[in-house]
Ligand binder design. Structure first.
Ligand code: AP5
Length: 211
């Protein structure tokens, strides 16, 4: 089964994807993470990508499609994919459907993480990840254990500042939210109360996947 984990910036898509990997042996395809990997390269393209991400806008569809195509053609993860951060506009939905057909796959469910926007700035401004194991924590809601890794060093994302977050939320409202309708018409959307504690949300998702 392939699923899309859906929701605004800071809803908990990455956090819950990690549990889906642990609980159900699925594989996460996060376009945000794939783009951040591209940023490690020194190139004209990586400079362009960074300025778009820091402006809270969407990176061009063609860059995204080449990243996704590689994953969909990987037989090891066939029908076990969690799409995190993709698709993000209606063109990406159409392209995903075509790519899925080509690789004889489909989306079974869209897990829609519902959160009040008022909490998102705090979630994102408190987000930290371990520079060694890359695990994500939160200074306010999910502090890291003292023994996370031998060398305790935590990093913040450059797009997690208040100004960029409010732009990311606007982009989400204008371009990403409309794609829910497409999946609602196919009865694939399951709403999840993502205001609950992390472990409660995990339990709810586990129940949905089991059913
Ligand atoms: P991306 O990396 O996809 O970011 P996003 O969608 O904005 O989502 P986040 O990763 O910020 O949030 P999340 O929902 O995963 O939250 P998390 O679990 O970490 O995209 C970044 C940029 O890349 C985009 O702006 C765009 O420029 C570009 N991009 C990416 N994909 C693209 C595409 N397809 N097309 C074009 N451009 C693209 O949780 C957040 C924090 O909250 C953590 O600290 C966590 O510990 C905490 N938390 C989580 N759940 C809870 C809870 N239930 N209670 C309390 N705290 C919680």
């Amino acid at each position: 089964m392939n699923i899309i984990i859906f929701g605004p910036p800071g809803a908990g898509k990455g956090t819950q994807s990690n549990f889906l990997i642990q609980d159900h042996g699925m594989f996460q395809v996060s376009t945000g993470d794939l783009l951040r990997n591209e940023l490690k390269k020194v190139s004209e393209l990586s400079k362009q990508i960074k300025s778009i991400m820091d402006a809270g806008k969407l990176v061009s569809d063609n860059i995204i499609y080449s990243l996704i195509e590689k994953k969909l053609s990987d037989k090891e993860i066939k029908n076990k994919i969690i799409f995190d951060g993709f698709p993000r506009n209606l063109d990406q939905v159409s392209k995903l459907e075509l790519m899925l057909q080509k690789h004889d796959q489909k989306i079974s469910k869209v897990l829609n993480l519902k959160v009040d926007y008022s909490i998102l700035i705090k979630r994102l401004s408190g987000r930290i990840s371990c520079s060694n194991c890359k695990k994500t924590f939160n200074e306010f809601f999910d502090p890291p254990p003292s023994n996370c890794c031998q060398k305790q060093e935590f990093i913040k994302r450059s797009d997690d500042n208040e100004e960029t977050v409010s732009k990311r939320l606007k982009t989400y409202d204008n371009e990403t939210l409309p794609i829910l309708e497409f999946y609602k018409k196919q009865n694939k959307v399951v709403d999840i109360d993502a205001m609950k504690q992390i472990t409660e949300v995990r339990k709810e998702i586990r129940g949905i996947i089991a059913s």
